[in-house]
Design a protein around this ligand. Structure first.
Ligand code: CA
Ligand code: CA
Ligand code: CA
Ligand code: CA
Length: 375
């Protein structure tokens, strides 16, 4: 029989989150308050000549977000209850996994800055405070860094996917043991995430030809196949419904839309982003526990808040930089960030106070892989 005690830690956390009495509004539903807020803000924006959805500038959207946040914080007065943690552990940008925000970060630990150097197969890591450096040789040129928490110790493990043999090479952070797991065929894209919600990364691939997902569920060790997507789609598994389990999700470049299946309930959802959106960067920027549909365009980052439904546009460096969104200031919200390939510099916009952090870490030819590696 399934009891609370024998549920996984992730499942317990989700249930505890649902049980928290502080999360219940005292007099009004969140929805009703947000509707009133939306109408008020729309009226203000309309009066100010800013009625075109999707064209609000950073200043206005910042004000709107601030208003929403004030209401949110009034409804959920206790910071511990309010800050639910980032919704996902896997941040897919463009066509690959660029970051892992492990469960460890829900305790307020910020992500490390890290790069993987294909020429030598070396991982170079510096911690959030820029005071401690770690390096590890793991992988070879032509591998694809596919980091994750495969052993479930809440720290990211070094892992590469070798396309030539479709093999996953995993080095456990917990005990230093390694394993090689053949999984996938030529042409598959690595799409690892925690689909079964047991706190361990599940090895997974997305097969673009027939839009099929193949997952090794870490909970049972069994393999499942799921059809979702269309030819040309890019896999972006994220936790859009905020239940702690990654949802099958894709970015469709042809019409700038995200499509996903909610892991709770199985409903299919989609979100269209404005004209000019080029590169998917979904993540939990507003910190409500659910991934926000987001993309980069020539004019900036376009983020559709899952909390407010509003669209925020933030101008942040250039499209030629590599997107590296992650939670670097440890406030439970993803920070907009890029890594410049020419000089290895990180430009991070801290979500806590919108301040800028600039760090040089890595060099031309490296692949940025920010995550919670520290050990
Ligand atoms: Ca798992
Ligand atoms: Ca989910
Ligand atoms: Ca969110
Ligand atoms: Ca943050």
């Amino acid at each position: 029989m399934k009891t609370f005690k024998n549920l996984t830690k992730t499942q317990q956390r989700v249930i505890r989150r649902r049980r928290r009495p502080e999360l219940k509004p005292k007099r009004f539903s969140v929805r009703s308050v947000l509707i009133v807020m939306t109408l008020s803000v729309s009226a203000i924006a309309g009066a100010a000549g800013l009625t075109q959805a999707g064209s609000v500038d950073t200043g206005t959207s910042g004000l709107i977000d601030q208003l929403y946040r004030s209401v949110y914080e009034w409804l959920f007065p206790q910071p511990q209850s309010r800050r639910l943690a980032l919704s996902k552990e896997y941040i897919y940008a463009d066509s690959r996994l660029i970051a892992v925000d492990d469960a460890g970060s829900i305790n307020g630990n910020p992500s490390d800055l890290a790069v993987w150097r294909p020429s030598s197969g070396t991982w170079w890591i510096i911690n959030g405070a820029s005071s401690s450096v770690t390096s590890q040789n793991w992988g070879a040129a032509d591998d694809v860094p596919s980091l994750g928490d495969f052993d479930g110790d809440r720290k990211t493990d070094f892992c590469v996917f070798r396309p030539s043999s479709s093999t996953w090479w995993i080095l456990n952070s917990s005990d230093g043991a390694f394993r090689a797991v053949p999984f996938g065929i030529g042409g598959d894209r690595p799409a690892a995430a925690d689909f079964d919600g047991d706190g361990k990364t599940d090895i997974a691939v997305y097969r673009p030809g027939d839009a099929r997902w193949y997952v090794v569920r870490s909970g049972t060790g069994g393999t499942t196949m799921h059809s979702f997507g269309s030819p040309g789609d890019i896999p972006t598994p994220s936790d859009f419904d905020g239940d702690g389990l990654a949802d099958f999700a894709v970015w469709r470049p042809s019409d700038r839309s995200f499509h996903w299946i909610e892991s709770t309930g199985g409903a299919e959802r989609s979100a269209v982003l404005p004209q000019g959106s080029e590169e998917p960067v979904p993540s939990d920027y507003d910190g409500d526990g659910r991934a926000d549909p987001a993309a980069r365009s020539a004019s900036g980052w376009l983020i559709r808040s899952s909390l407010t439904g509003g669209l925020q546009t933030v101008t942040w460096h250039s499209l030629s930089d590599i997107a590296v969104p992650n939670d670097y200031d440890g406030d439970g919200r993803t920070d907009i960030a890029v890594w410049r390939r020419s000089n290895g510099t990180w430009y991070i916009r801290n979500s806590s106070d919108s301040s800028t952090r600039t760090v040089q870490w890595g060099q031309s030819g490296d692949i940025p892989v920010p995550a919670f590696f520290r050990r």
